[in-house]
Design a protein around this ligand. Structure first.
Ligand code: EPZ
Length: 415
């Protein structure tokens, strides 16, 4: 079965350790295609999406040796340039092999990543950037074919600070001839982590984390060791869950500067957050205060935290306005929350959430990863039992979410 059952009412208490960041590990695994030799990665989370990305690079000739603490990836030469269609259809992040394969093998054939529940997810900015580096690109019959004898540095402006496009271009530019400037680049912590990894392999990237990234191409990159940063979205999810249950939780292995917007909004909603030896302690009384929020590229409020925060605000004192500016269809969780008694009206990119006394348990379905997390939070808050279906979405991005919540006193099981 693919369900989670949660009985609401328990205050979450205790401490929870955050795992490595999914959205840093995925591009870093793809970047191993750039290296010659062995890469040893620590803190890689045990997730379905990580297994998929490991499968992709294995298909391309890399040896992947999973260990308890260390994921070892050995690159003794690339033997394929076309990751299997179903990998890319299953996980759009597989598209991140485009840049590295162009840089190392000079050609690539990869399926057009499909849209998903949260939006059309186009890739025009990826292709525009790689073409600027000298790649010849053809999009036909659901495939992207690209080739380049030698990539050459260029000045690239991104119409939108796309995370994936910034990553693909940065990886391709790392081995290009000359210098590349990426303007209006994404500045997420995961971009910085990828840049640090490439620099540890011998790359020359500066400005990661700002809107202007400079990449000085080098001839060769060698294997290295790297520890992936903690997952700021998993951390934010547990912080919101603590506040939503009026709990008292120490969220450990957190980099607070990665969570400024989320922590500010939680404080605005009445929670008390204190930084304590490498973690953040979150305490809250119920009900939360209503707050307005608008998702923005980093360092703004992260779109990946919008659904979870909406769950919290369903029982706030007053009405909250949530504006989703990053994806065009990231309100799939609204109808499921309404099945639990939430009062939410969608007006275009805005959702108006009118606080209610309490939520009631119901049968609901996860439509995407973060919507699933939001429904778990709602189930923790609700009166009675909630059954959440399609929880394979949740397993893609949260390492042992149910086990970690049980450790905090939640009445939750999965099967
Ligand atoms: C990354 O997706 C994350 N995934 C997403 O996390 C996250 O929501 C997103 O960044 C925004 O922060 C990974 O890192 C694996 P984008 P990505 O390119 O790279 C438009 C999760 O829950 N766009 O920054 O696909 C696009 O349509 C996932 O962990 C173009 O128009 O996001 C969207 O509206 C969900 N053309 C906006 O930019 C392009 O070529 C942001 O997309 C590329 C993107």
């Amino acid at each position: 079965m693919d369900t989670i059952r949660v009985r609401g009412g328990a205050r979450l208490e205790g401490r929870v350790a955050i795992s490595g960041a999914k959205n840093a590990a995925l591009p870093i695994i793809a970047a191993c295609l750039l290296a010659e030799g062995e890469c040893r990665l620590e803190e890689v989370p045990h997730l379905a999406d990580v297994d998929t990305m490991c499968g992709v690079v294995r298909e391309l000739g890399l040896r992947v040796l999973p260990g308890r603490q260390t994921l070892t990836i050995i690159n003794e030469g690339i033997t394929g340039v076309a990751p299997p269609y179903d990998f890319v259809r299953r996980m759009r992040a597989s598209f991140l092999v485009l840049g590295p394969l162009l840089a190392r093998a000079g050609k690539v054939k990869v399926a057009l990543p499909g849209g998903c529940a949260i939006g059309a997810r186009p890739i025009d900015l990826h292709l525009k950037g790689l073409a600027a580096l000298g790649a010849e690109i053809e999009v036909k019959n659901g495939w992207v074919k690209a080739r380049a004898r030698r990539l050459r540095g260029a000045s690239i402006y991104l119409d939108f600070p796309s995370v994936g496009a910034t990553e693909n271009i940065m990886m391709a530019a790392a081995l290009a001839e000359g210098t590349t400037t990426i303007e209006n680049a994404a500045g997420e912590p995961e971009i910085v982590d990828l840049a640090n990894f490439i620099n540890a392999m011998g790359g020359r990237i500066t400005g990661a984390g700002t809107r202007v990234i400079r990449v000085e191409g080098v001839k060769q990159l060698r294997g290295t060791s790297h520890a992936v940063i903690p997952d700021r979205i998993e951390a934010g999810t547990f912080m919101v869950a603590a506040a939503a249950t009026g709990g008292d939780v120490l969220v450990e292995n957190v980099i607070p500067t990665h969570l400024k917007a989320v922590m500010a909004k939680l404080r605005e909603a009445g929670a008390v957050l204190e930084e304590e030896n490498g973690g953040v302690r979150v305490r809250a009384e119920l009900p939360p205060k209503a707050v307005d929020l608008k998702t923005m590229p980093y360092p703004g409020f992260p779109t990946d935290m919008q659904a979870q925060f909406m769950a919290l605000l369903t029982v706030a004192q007053g009405s909250s306005v949530i504006t989703e500016t990053v994806f065009e269809n990231r309100f799939m969780h609204v109808n499921e929350l309404k099945r639990m008694g939430a009062q939410i009206v969608i007006e275009g990119h805005c959702a108006v959430v009118k606080g209610v006394e309490k939520l009631t348990g119901a049968c609901v379905k996860a439509t995407d990863l973060r919507a699933g997390a939001a429904l778990v939070i709602a189930g923790l808050m609700a009166e009675g039992e909630t059954e959440i279906g399609c929880v394979h979405h949740i397993r893609r991005g949260y390492e042992d979410l149910v086990g970690k919540l049980q450790g905090l006193g939640a009445d939750i099981t999965e099967n």
